[in-house]
Design a protein around this ligand. Structure first.
Ligand code: NAD
Ligand code: DAU
Length: 332
C-alpha cells in the first residue's frame, strides 16, 4: 500500500481512520478534504509530519484528483455529504459530492490503475421491521429511503460499473452506524451528549423505537484496513459489530452515564421517511478476511466517547450553536 490518499479525512470516520493508520501501520497518509461544515482541521492535529499531509480541495476537482492519484498507491474514499436530515432539506450537495465526486475519483482510478476502496453505508439496503429476524447481507437488494442513502447507493453502483466495464481495482464496504471521537454534533450520539453537557435535554425523534447497529469507529478502521490489504477486487464487504440498540435505550444510557434522570429527554418531531431498523450480518468479512471487532461492550465504548466530548469542548463548541439552530427551525 505505501502511500494512502484518504478523501474526507477531516470528517468523523475519515479522521479516525487516519489516526488509526498512522498509529498502527507504517503507511503515509494524504488527506484530501474540502472542509465543509462537517470537516474539521482540528481533528488532524499532532500527526507525524513526515508521514502526513493535508490537501485542502474538492473531490470534484478532476485536475487536482489526477495529480494526487498519480503519487498514491491506494485511495480510501470517505468524502461525502453524510447527514440524512440535511439531505431532506437540501439534496443537491448530496448529488454533487456523493455522485459527481465519486465519479471524478473513479475516472482517476481508471486512468492511473489505482487501488480504490469505496466507503459506503448499510442504509443503501433500506430498513428492516423491528420483529424481522433478518439482517442485511451482501446479497440484500438495494432499497434506499432518503436523498442521502439514494446518492450513496448510486455511488456504490458507479463503483461496481467501473470495476466491470473498465477493470478498476475497487472494493466496497457498507458499514453500520459509527460512534466515537470527532463526530459532528449534528449526529445522534454527540448531539445528546453535548446537549446534556450544555444543560439542555436530549431530543428523541418520534417514539425512539428505531434501531441502529452501533460500531466503534476504530473497529470500522480495522475492517477497512483488512479489506485494503487482503480484500478481493470487485467484492463488497458488510461491516458491523452486532450492536443493535434502539434510540430510546441509547438516550437513557447517555443520561445514566452523565448522572441524569432516565426520563430527562424530550420527544420531538420524527424524521420524514425515518428508517426503522438497520442490522448487519458481517459473516463474510469475519470468515473470509478474519476480521474481529475489539469494542464489544457498547456501554464502555459510549462512556469513553462521553469522556472524549467532556475533555474536548473546544473541538465541538464552535459547531454546537449552528447545529442546534438548524434543528430548531425544523422543530427538532
Ligand atoms: P462526515 O460528514 O463527518 O465527513 C465528511 C467529510 O467529507 C468532511 O470532512 C467533509 O469536509 C468532506 N467532504 C464533503 N464533501 C467534500 C468534497 N466535495 N470534497 C472533499 N471533501 C468533502 O462523514 P462521516 O460520518 O465521517 O462519513 C464518512 C463516510 O462514511 C461517508 O461516505 C458516509 O457515507 C460513510 N458512512 C458513515 C457512517 C456513520 O455512521 N457516520 C456509517 C457508514 C458509512
Ligand atoms: O447506518 C449508517 C448511517 O448512520 C450513515 O450512513 C450516516 O452517514 C450516519 O449519519 C448514520 O445515519 P442515521 O440517520 O442513522 O444517523 P443519525 O445520527 O442522524 O441518527 C441516528 C438515529 O437517531 C436515527 O434513528 C435518528 C435518531 N435521532 C437523530 C438525531 C440527530 C434522534 O432520535 N434524535 C436526534 O437528535
Amino acid at each position: 500500500m505505501g502511500a494512502i490518499l484518504v478523501t474526507g479525512g477531516a470528517g468523523f470516520i475519515g479522521s479516525n481512520f487516519v489516526h488509526y493508520v498512522l498509529e498502527n501501520t507504517d503507511h503515509s497518509v494524504t488527506v484530501l478534504d474540502s472542509l465543509t461544515y462537517a470537516g474539521n482541521r482540528a481533528s488532524l492535529l499532532g500527526l507525524p509530519e513526515d508521514r502526513f499531509q493535508f490537501v485542502h480541495g474538492d473531490i470534484r476537482d478532476a485536475e487536482l484528483v489526477h495529480e494526487l492519484f498519480e503519487r498514491h498507491d491506494s485511495v480510501v474514499h470517505y468524502a461525502a455529504e453524510s447527514h440524512n436530515d440535511n439531505s431532506l432539506h437540501d439534496p443537491r450537495p448530496f448529488l454533487e459530492t456523493n455522485i459527481i465526486g465519486t465519479y471524478t475519483l473513479l475516472e482517476a482510478a481508471r486512468r492511473h490503475g489505482t487501488r480504490f476502496h469505496h466507503i459506503s453505508t448499510d442504509e443503501v439496503y433500506g430498513d428492516l421491521e423491528l420483529d424481522d429476524p433478518a439482517r442485511f447481507t451482501e446479497d440484500t437488494p438495494y432499497n434506499p429511503s432518503s436523498p442521502y442513502s439514494s446518492t450513496k447507493a448510486g455511488s456504490d453502483l458507479l463503483v461496481r460499473a467501473w470495476v466491470r466495464s473498465f477493470g478498476v481495482k475497487a472494493t466496497i464496504s457498507n458499514c453500520s452506524n459509527n460512534y466515537g471521537p470527532y463526530q459532528h454534533v449534528e449526529k445522534f450520539i454527540p448531539r445528546q451528549i453535548t446537549n446534556v453537557l450544555t444543560g439542555n435535554r436530549p431530543k428523541l425523534y418520534g417514539a425512539g423505537e428505531n434501531v441502529r447497529d452501533w460500531i466503534h469507529a476504530n473497529d470500522h478502521s480495522s475492517a477497512v484496513l483488512a479489506i485494503l490489504d487482503i480484500g478481493v477486487i470487485g467484492e463488497t464487504y458488510l461491516i458491523g459489530a452486532d450492536g443493535e440498540k434502539n434510540n430510546k435505550d441509547v438516550v437513557e444510557l447517555i443520561l445514566k452515564l452523565l448522572g441524569q434522570e432516565p426520563d430527562a429527554y424530550d420527544h420531538v418531531i420524527d424524521r420524514p421517511g425515518h428508517d426503522m431498523r438497520y442490522a448487519i450480518d458481517s459473516s463474510k468479512l469475519r470468515t473470509e478476511l478474519g476480521w474481529v471487532p475489539k469494542f464489544s461492550d457498547f456501554e464502555s465504548g459510549l462512556a469513553e466517547t462521553i469522556e472524549w466530548y467532556r475533555a474536548h469542548d473546544s473541538w465541538w463548541i464552535p459547531q454546537k450553536a449552528e447545529a442546534e439552530a438548524r434543528y430548531k427551525q425544523q422543530g427538532q
